[in-house]
Write a protein that binds this ligand. Structure first.
Ligand SMILES: C[S@@+](CC[C@H](N)C(=O)[O-])C[C@H]1O[C@@H](n2cnc3c(N)ncnc32)[C@H](O)[C@@H]1O
Ligand code: SF4
Length: 406
Protein backbone atom coordinates (compact mmCIF):
# COMPACT_ATOMS: atom_id res chain seq x y z
CA UNK A 1 0.00 0.00 0.00
CA UNK A 2 1.26 3.51 -0.76
CA UNK A 3 1.56 5.56 2.40
CA UNK A 4 0.66 9.20 1.87
CA UNK A 5 2.03 11.48 4.55
CA UNK A 6 1.63 15.16 5.20
CA UNK A 7 3.69 16.90 7.86
CA UNK A 8 2.90 17.88 10.55
CA UNK A 9 0.67 14.93 11.25
CA UNK A 10 -0.89 13.59 14.44
CA UNK A 11 -1.30 9.86 14.54
CA UNK A 12 -3.58 7.26 15.97
CA UNK A 13 -2.09 5.13 18.77
CA UNK A 14 0.71 2.99 17.37
CA UNK A 15 0.94 -0.75 17.73
CA UNK A 16 3.27 -1.61 20.64
CA UNK A 17 6.86 -1.64 19.38
CA UNK A 18 6.14 0.77 16.55
CA UNK A 19 7.26 4.38 16.65
CA UNK A 20 4.75 7.14 17.08
CA UNK A 21 5.41 10.58 15.61
CA UNK A 22 3.63 13.75 16.72
CA UNK A 23 5.21 15.53 13.75
CA UNK A 24 7.35 14.05 11.00
CA UNK A 25 11.01 15.22 10.96
CA UNK A 26 12.19 17.90 8.51
CA UNK A 27 12.96 16.49 5.06
CA UNK A 28 16.15 17.17 3.06
CA UNK A 29 17.10 16.05 -0.45
CA UNK A 30 20.54 14.62 -1.36
CA UNK A 31 21.54 14.24 -5.01
CA UNK A 32 24.60 12.11 -5.84
CA UNK A 33 26.76 12.77 -8.90
CA UNK A 34 29.38 10.00 -8.96
CA UNK A 35 32.08 11.36 -11.29
CA UNK A 36 35.39 13.17 -10.83
CA UNK A 37 38.14 14.25 -13.19
CA UNK A 38 40.49 11.83 -11.44
CA UNK A 39 40.13 9.44 -8.49
CA UNK A 40 42.12 10.65 -5.47
CA UNK A 41 44.25 7.97 -3.77
CA UNK A 42 42.68 8.52 -0.31
CA UNK A 43 39.02 8.68 -1.34
CA UNK A 44 36.46 5.97 -0.63
CA UNK A 45 33.38 7.85 -1.83
CA UNK A 46 31.24 6.39 -4.62
CA UNK A 47 33.16 8.34 -7.25
CA UNK A 48 34.61 7.29 -10.58
CA UNK A 49 36.92 8.85 -13.14
CA UNK A 50 34.97 10.37 -16.00
CA UNK A 51 36.79 8.85 -19.00
CA UNK A 52 34.13 10.25 -21.36
CA UNK A 53 31.54 8.44 -19.28
CA UNK A 54 28.78 10.41 -17.73
CA UNK A 55 26.57 11.90 -20.45
CA UNK A 56 25.38 14.56 -18.00
CA UNK A 57 21.96 15.08 -19.61
CA UNK A 58 21.17 11.37 -19.51
CA UNK A 59 22.19 11.14 -15.86
CA UNK A 60 20.11 14.20 -14.88
CA UNK A 61 17.10 12.72 -16.70
CA UNK A 62 17.61 9.54 -14.64
CA UNK A 63 17.86 11.57 -11.41
CA UNK A 64 14.54 13.26 -12.16
CA UNK A 65 12.92 9.91 -13.03
CA UNK A 66 14.30 8.55 -9.75
CA UNK A 67 12.81 11.54 -7.89
CA UNK A 68 9.41 10.89 -9.49
CA UNK A 69 9.62 7.26 -8.44
CA UNK A 70 10.21 8.43 -4.85
CA UNK A 71 7.43 11.05 -4.74
CA UNK A 72 4.79 8.79 -3.11
CA UNK A 73 7.18 8.34 -0.15
CA UNK A 74 7.41 12.09 0.53
CA UNK A 75 4.06 13.29 -0.70
CA UNK A 76 2.99 16.68 0.67
CA UNK A 77 6.24 17.28 2.54
CA UNK A 78 8.33 20.41 2.03
CA UNK A 79 12.05 20.08 1.40
CA UNK A 80 14.24 22.19 3.69
CA UNK A 81 17.58 21.79 1.87
CA UNK A 82 19.17 20.25 -1.21
CA UNK A 83 22.75 19.00 -1.33
CA UNK A 84 24.23 18.12 -4.72
CA UNK A 85 27.28 16.07 -3.76
CA UNK A 86 29.64 13.49 -5.13
CA UNK A 87 31.97 12.78 -6.59
CA UNK A 88 32.39 16.20 -8.06
CA UNK A 89 29.13 17.73 -9.33
CA UNK A 90 31.06 20.68 -10.78
CA UNK A 91 32.26 18.39 -13.61
CA UNK A 92 28.74 18.85 -15.00
CA UNK A 93 28.08 21.95 -17.14
CA UNK A 94 26.12 24.79 -15.53
CA UNK A 95 23.23 24.26 -17.99
CA UNK A 96 22.88 20.64 -16.79
CA UNK A 97 22.88 21.72 -13.14
CA UNK A 98 20.27 24.34 -14.10
CA UNK A 99 18.07 21.61 -15.61
CA UNK A 100 18.56 19.52 -12.47
CA UNK A 101 17.62 22.30 -10.02
CA UNK A 102 14.65 23.37 -12.17
CA UNK A 103 13.53 19.73 -12.43
CA UNK A 104 13.71 19.32 -8.65
CA UNK A 105 11.74 22.55 -8.08
CA UNK A 106 9.07 21.40 -10.55
CA UNK A 107 8.59 18.12 -8.66
CA UNK A 108 8.97 18.88 -4.95
CA UNK A 109 8.08 21.99 -2.94
CA UNK A 110 11.26 23.61 -1.60
CA UNK A 111 10.97 26.01 1.34
CA UNK A 112 11.44 29.57 0.02
CA UNK A 113 14.77 29.93 1.86
CA UNK A 114 15.97 26.37 1.16
CA UNK A 115 19.74 25.95 1.26
CA UNK A 116 20.95 24.53 -2.10
CA UNK A 117 24.58 23.39 -1.87
CA UNK A 118 26.81 22.11 -4.67
CA UNK A 119 30.20 20.44 -4.17
CA UNK A 120 32.93 21.71 -6.47
CA UNK A 121 36.60 21.15 -7.16
CA UNK A 122 38.86 24.17 -7.55
CA UNK A 123 40.15 23.37 -11.08
CA UNK A 124 40.16 26.21 -13.57
CA UNK A 125 37.53 24.77 -15.88
CA UNK A 126 35.22 24.34 -12.89
CA UNK A 127 35.82 27.85 -11.57
CA UNK A 128 34.59 29.24 -14.87
CA UNK A 129 31.25 27.57 -14.18
CA UNK A 130 30.63 29.07 -10.72
CA UNK A 131 28.54 32.02 -11.99
CA UNK A 132 26.39 29.61 -14.02
CA UNK A 133 25.82 27.41 -10.94
CA UNK A 134 24.71 30.47 -8.98
CA UNK A 135 22.27 31.46 -11.75
CA UNK A 136 20.95 27.88 -11.73
CA UNK A 137 19.76 28.46 -8.13
CA UNK A 138 22.67 26.98 -6.18
CA UNK A 139 23.07 29.32 -3.18
CA UNK A 140 25.95 27.62 -1.32
CA UNK A 141 29.22 26.29 -2.70
CA UNK A 142 31.32 23.66 -0.94
CA UNK A 143 34.85 23.71 -2.33
CA UNK A 144 37.20 20.74 -1.94
CA UNK A 145 40.46 22.58 -1.30
CA UNK A 146 42.22 19.93 0.88
CA UNK A 147 45.40 22.04 1.19
CA UNK A 148 46.92 25.26 -0.14
CA UNK A 149 50.37 23.66 -0.27
CA UNK A 150 51.58 22.59 -3.74
CA UNK A 151 53.68 19.69 -2.43
CA UNK A 152 50.73 18.36 -0.40
CA UNK A 153 48.36 18.67 -3.35
CA UNK A 154 50.75 16.53 -5.39
CA UNK A 155 51.07 13.98 -2.58
CA UNK A 156 47.27 13.83 -2.39
CA UNK A 157 47.00 13.27 -6.15
CA UNK A 158 44.88 16.38 -6.65
CA UNK A 159 44.32 17.79 -10.12
CA UNK A 160 44.61 21.44 -9.02
CA UNK A 161 47.51 23.43 -7.63
CA UNK A 162 47.62 25.94 -4.77
CA UNK A 163 47.18 28.96 -7.08
CA UNK A 164 43.99 27.45 -8.54
CA UNK A 165 42.72 26.67 -5.04
CA UNK A 166 43.24 30.32 -4.02
CA UNK A 167 41.59 31.70 -7.17
CA UNK A 168 38.64 29.32 -6.73
CA UNK A 169 38.14 30.33 -3.07
CA UNK A 170 38.27 34.00 -4.05
CA UNK A 171 35.77 33.54 -6.92
CA UNK A 172 33.45 31.46 -4.72
CA UNK A 173 33.36 34.22 -2.09
CA UNK A 174 32.56 36.88 -4.71
CA UNK A 175 29.90 34.83 -6.53
CA UNK A 176 28.31 32.93 -3.61
CA UNK A 177 29.47 34.45 -0.32
CA UNK A 178 27.83 31.39 1.26
CA UNK A 179 30.85 29.10 0.99
CA UNK A 180 32.37 26.10 2.71
CA UNK A 181 36.02 25.21 2.28
CA UNK A 182 36.97 21.54 2.85
CA UNK A 183 40.50 21.07 4.15
CA UNK A 184 42.15 17.92 5.39
CA UNK A 185 44.88 17.69 8.04
CA UNK A 186 47.29 15.06 9.37
CA UNK A 187 48.54 14.95 5.78
CA UNK A 188 51.68 13.05 4.71
CA UNK A 189 54.66 14.57 6.56
CA UNK A 190 52.60 17.57 7.71
CA UNK A 191 54.00 19.70 10.56
CA UNK A 192 51.98 21.85 12.95
CA UNK A 193 53.44 24.92 11.23
CA UNK A 194 52.34 23.70 7.78
CA UNK A 195 48.80 23.06 9.07
CA UNK A 196 48.74 26.56 10.60
CA UNK A 197 49.77 28.05 7.25
CA UNK A 198 46.96 26.17 5.45
CA UNK A 199 44.49 27.40 8.04
CA UNK A 200 45.71 31.02 7.80
CA UNK A 201 45.32 30.92 4.00
CA UNK A 202 41.79 29.51 4.36
CA UNK A 203 40.91 32.24 6.88
CA UNK A 204 42.20 34.97 4.55
CA UNK A 205 39.09 34.37 2.41
CA UNK A 206 36.77 34.71 5.46
CA UNK A 207 34.45 31.84 4.44
CA UNK A 208 31.42 31.49 6.72
CA UNK A 209 32.04 27.72 6.99
CA UNK A 210 35.18 25.57 7.21
CA UNK A 211 35.40 21.77 7.37
CA UNK A 212 38.60 20.16 8.68
CA UNK A 213 38.80 16.44 8.09
CA UNK A 214 41.41 14.26 9.70
CA UNK A 215 42.84 12.30 6.74
CA UNK A 216 41.87 8.66 7.27
CA UNK A 217 43.24 5.65 5.42
CA UNK A 218 40.07 4.09 4.10
CA UNK A 219 39.99 0.43 3.03
CA UNK A 220 39.82 -0.01 -0.77
CA UNK A 221 41.96 3.04 -1.46
CA UNK A 222 45.47 3.37 -2.86
CA UNK A 223 46.63 5.05 0.37
CA UNK A 224 45.43 2.02 2.34
CA UNK A 225 47.45 -0.34 0.14
CA UNK A 226 50.50 1.95 0.06
CA UNK A 227 50.28 4.12 3.18
CA UNK A 228 52.20 7.40 3.09
CA UNK A 229 54.20 8.48 6.16
CA UNK A 230 51.67 10.29 8.34
CA UNK A 231 52.36 12.58 11.33
CA UNK A 232 52.49 10.95 14.77
CA UNK A 233 49.71 11.22 17.37
CA UNK A 234 51.32 14.12 19.26
CA UNK A 235 51.64 16.18 16.09
CA UNK A 236 48.03 15.45 15.16
CA UNK A 237 46.85 16.44 18.67
CA UNK A 238 48.87 19.68 18.40
CA UNK A 239 47.30 20.42 14.99
CA UNK A 240 43.84 19.76 16.46
CA UNK A 241 44.52 22.23 19.29
CA UNK A 242 45.98 24.84 16.93
CA UNK A 243 42.98 24.59 14.56
CA UNK A 244 40.48 24.89 17.41
CA UNK A 245 42.21 27.84 19.08
CA UNK A 246 42.79 29.77 15.84
CA UNK A 247 39.24 29.27 14.60
CA UNK A 248 37.68 30.14 17.96
CA UNK A 249 39.74 33.35 18.05
CA UNK A 250 38.52 34.16 14.53
CA UNK A 251 34.88 33.84 15.67
CA UNK A 252 34.05 30.36 14.35
CA UNK A 253 32.00 27.90 16.40
CA UNK A 254 33.27 24.31 16.37
CA UNK A 255 29.78 22.87 16.15
CA UNK A 256 30.45 19.35 14.89
CA UNK A 257 33.42 16.97 14.98
CA UNK A 258 34.85 18.30 11.67
CA UNK A 259 32.81 21.47 11.06
CA UNK A 260 33.37 25.11 12.09
CA UNK A 261 31.02 27.98 11.20
CA UNK A 262 30.41 31.63 11.91
CA UNK A 263 27.35 31.85 14.26
CA UNK A 264 24.19 31.08 12.30
CA UNK A 265 26.14 29.82 9.26
CA UNK A 266 26.12 26.10 10.10
CA UNK A 267 25.35 23.82 7.15
CA UNK A 268 21.59 23.33 7.45
CA UNK A 269 21.63 20.20 5.33
CA UNK A 270 24.24 18.45 7.46
CA UNK A 271 22.64 19.69 10.70
CA UNK A 272 19.49 17.90 9.61
CA UNK A 273 21.44 14.60 9.36
CA UNK A 274 22.99 15.08 12.78
CA UNK A 275 19.62 15.99 14.31
CA UNK A 276 18.20 12.76 12.87
CA UNK A 277 16.01 14.51 10.32
CA UNK A 278 14.69 12.72 7.24
CA UNK A 279 16.43 12.71 3.86
CA UNK A 280 15.66 11.37 0.46
CA UNK A 281 18.82 10.46 -1.47
CA UNK A 282 18.63 10.11 -5.24
CA UNK A 283 21.42 9.08 -7.59
CA UNK A 284 23.87 6.17 -7.75
CA UNK A 285 24.48 4.66 -4.30
CA UNK A 286 22.49 7.36 -2.47
CA UNK A 287 21.09 6.57 0.98
CA UNK A 288 17.70 7.69 2.32
CA UNK A 289 16.12 7.72 5.75
CA UNK A 290 12.39 8.34 5.71
CA UNK A 291 9.84 8.33 8.52
CA UNK A 292 6.27 7.13 8.10
CA UNK A 293 3.41 6.93 10.57
CA UNK A 294 4.26 3.29 11.25
CA UNK A 295 8.03 3.20 11.02
CA UNK A 296 11.38 4.48 9.80
CA UNK A 297 12.79 3.12 6.56
CA UNK A 298 16.29 3.21 5.07
CA UNK A 299 16.81 2.87 1.35
CA UNK A 300 19.93 2.33 -0.76
CA UNK A 301 20.02 2.96 -4.50
CA UNK A 302 22.13 0.87 -6.89
CA UNK A 303 25.73 1.96 -6.51
CA UNK A 304 27.38 1.34 -9.89
CA UNK A 305 26.43 4.27 -12.15
CA UNK A 306 25.68 2.06 -15.19
CA UNK A 307 23.59 -0.35 -13.15
CA UNK A 308 21.80 2.59 -11.54
CA UNK A 309 20.89 4.03 -14.97
CA UNK A 310 19.56 0.63 -16.09
CA UNK A 311 17.53 0.13 -12.93
CA UNK A 312 16.03 3.63 -13.07
CA UNK A 313 15.01 2.95 -16.68
CA UNK A 314 13.35 -0.24 -15.42
CA UNK A 315 11.50 1.77 -12.73
CA UNK A 316 13.37 0.06 -9.85
CA UNK A 317 16.30 2.19 -8.58
CA UNK A 318 16.35 0.64 -5.08
CA UNK A 319 18.93 -2.00 -4.25
CA UNK A 320 17.93 -2.41 -0.63
CA UNK A 321 15.23 -1.30 1.82
CA UNK A 322 15.48 -1.87 5.57
CA UNK A 323 13.27 -1.00 8.50
CA UNK A 324 14.90 0.71 11.48
CA UNK A 325 13.84 -1.30 14.52
CA UNK A 326 13.38 -0.13 18.09
CA UNK A 327 16.68 -1.83 18.92
CA UNK A 328 18.56 0.02 16.16
CA UNK A 329 17.13 3.46 16.59
CA UNK A 330 18.91 4.48 19.81
CA UNK A 331 22.33 3.82 18.28
CA UNK A 332 21.42 5.49 14.99
CA UNK A 333 20.14 8.61 16.74
CA UNK A 334 23.14 8.87 19.08
CA UNK A 335 25.65 8.16 16.29
CA UNK A 336 24.50 11.41 14.70
CA UNK A 337 23.46 13.61 17.63
CA UNK A 338 26.65 13.07 19.65
CA UNK A 339 28.75 14.51 16.81
CA UNK A 340 27.25 17.90 17.65
CA UNK A 341 29.46 19.55 20.24
CA UNK A 342 26.51 21.36 21.85
CA UNK A 343 24.49 18.11 21.82
CA UNK A 344 20.73 18.16 21.28
CA UNK A 345 17.74 18.73 23.59
CA UNK A 346 16.69 15.42 25.18
CA UNK A 347 13.18 15.96 23.81
CA UNK A 348 14.55 15.57 20.26
CA UNK A 349 14.96 11.83 20.78
CA UNK A 350 11.19 11.20 20.99
CA UNK A 351 10.46 13.77 18.27
CA UNK A 352 12.82 12.21 15.73
CA UNK A 353 12.66 8.50 16.59
CA UNK A 354 9.00 8.18 17.59
CA UNK A 355 10.04 6.33 20.81
CA UNK A 356 10.25 7.68 24.37
CA UNK A 357 13.70 8.46 25.75
CA UNK A 358 13.08 5.66 28.27
CA UNK A 359 13.81 3.25 25.38
CA UNK A 360 17.55 3.94 25.92
CA UNK A 361 17.48 4.62 29.68
CA UNK A 362 20.03 1.89 30.53
CA UNK A 363 22.52 3.03 27.91
CA UNK A 364 22.17 6.67 29.00
CA UNK A 365 22.78 5.72 32.63
CA UNK A 366 25.91 3.76 31.71
CA UNK A 367 27.32 6.53 29.47
CA UNK A 368 26.73 9.09 32.23
CA UNK A 369 28.26 6.85 34.92
CA UNK A 370 31.38 6.45 32.75
CA UNK A 371 31.72 10.22 32.47
CA UNK A 372 31.17 10.18 28.69
CA UNK A 373 27.77 11.89 28.68
CA UNK A 374 26.78 15.11 30.52
CA UNK A 375 24.54 14.42 33.53
CA UNK A 376 22.14 17.27 32.56
CA UNK A 377 18.76 15.56 31.88
CA UNK A 378 17.63 18.31 29.47
CA UNK A 379 20.36 17.66 26.88
CA UNK A 380 22.09 14.74 25.24
CA UNK A 381 25.67 15.91 25.01
CA UNK A 382 29.08 14.27 25.12
CA UNK A 383 31.46 15.41 27.88
CA UNK A 384 34.98 16.45 26.80
CA UNK A 385 36.03 12.85 27.61
CA UNK A 386 33.12 11.53 25.53
CA UNK A 387 34.18 13.70 22.59
CA UNK A 388 37.69 12.29 22.83
CA UNK A 389 36.39 8.73 22.85
CA UNK A 390 33.36 9.37 20.65
CA UNK A 391 33.39 5.91 19.02
CA UNK A 392 33.32 4.21 22.42
CA UNK A 393 30.49 6.46 23.59
CA UNK A 394 28.43 5.80 20.45
CA UNK A 395 29.09 2.06 20.70
CA UNK A 396 27.40 1.95 24.12
CA UNK A 397 24.10 2.42 22.29
CA UNK A 398 24.62 -0.57 19.96
CA UNK A 399 22.34 -3.48 20.75
CA UNK A 400 22.70 -7.02 19.61
CA UNK A 401 19.74 -8.04 17.51
CA UNK A 402 17.46 -10.49 19.28
CA UNK A 403 15.24 -12.60 17.08
CA UNK A 404 11.70 -11.28 16.99
CA UNK A 405 12.52 -8.23 19.11
CA UNK A 406 10.53 -5.13 18.24
C1 LIG B 1 32.79 13.94 -1.44
S1 LIG B 1 34.26 14.80 -1.20
C2 LIG B 1 33.74 16.03 -2.37
C3 LIG B 1 34.60 17.16 -2.67
C4 LIG B 1 35.26 17.21 -4.03
N1 LIG B 1 35.05 16.06 -4.83
C5 LIG B 1 36.73 17.36 -3.79
O1 LIG B 1 37.38 16.36 -3.52
O2 LIG B 1 37.19 18.46 -3.88
C6 LIG B 1 34.05 15.62 0.37
C7 LIG B 1 35.27 15.82 1.21
O3 LIG B 1 35.59 14.65 1.92
C8 LIG B 1 36.93 14.76 2.37
N2 LIG B 1 37.55 13.43 2.30
C9 LIG B 1 37.50 12.56 1.28
N3 LIG B 1 38.22 11.44 1.59
C10 LIG B 1 38.72 11.63 2.83
C11 LIG B 1 39.56 10.85 3.70
N4 LIG B 1 40.01 9.65 3.35
N5 LIG B 1 39.86 11.36 4.92
C12 LIG B 1 39.40 12.56 5.30
N6 LIG B 1 38.63 13.35 4.51
C13 LIG B 1 38.29 12.89 3.29
C14 LIG B 1 37.61 15.79 1.49
O4 LIG B 1 37.97 16.90 2.25
C15 LIG B 1 36.54 16.14 0.47
O5 LIG B 1 36.59 17.49 0.11
S1 SF4 C 1 38.12 13.48 -2.96
FE1 SF4 C 1 36.61 14.46 -4.30
S2 SF4 C 1 37.69 14.64 -6.29
FE2 SF4 C 1 38.83 13.18 -5.11
S3 SF4 C 1 37.98 11.19 -5.76
FE3 SF4 C 1 36.92 11.80 -3.86
S4 SF4 C 1 35.10 12.82 -4.53
FE4 SF4 C 1 36.51 12.73 -6.31
Amino acid sequence: MTVIVAAPIALAPATPGQPRFAVLPPLALYVHIPWCLKKCPYCDFNSHEIRGDPEPERYVAALLADLEFALPSIWGRKVVSVFIGGGTPSVFPAATIDALVAGIRARVPLLPDAEVTLEANPGTFERERFAGFRTAGVNRLSLGIQSFDDAQLIALGRVHDAGEAQRAAEAAMVIFGNVNLDLMYALPGQTVEAARTDLATALSFAPPHLSFYHLTLEPNTLFHRHPPALPDEDTVAAIDDAVDATLAAAGYVHYETSAHAKPGRECRHNLNYWQFGDYLGIGAGAHSKLSFPDGIRRELRHKQPRRYLERVAAGAPLQETTVVTRDDVGFEFMLNALRLNAGVPSSLFAERTGYPLAAIANELAEATARGLLEADPTTLKATPLGRRFLNDLQALFLRERTAGAA
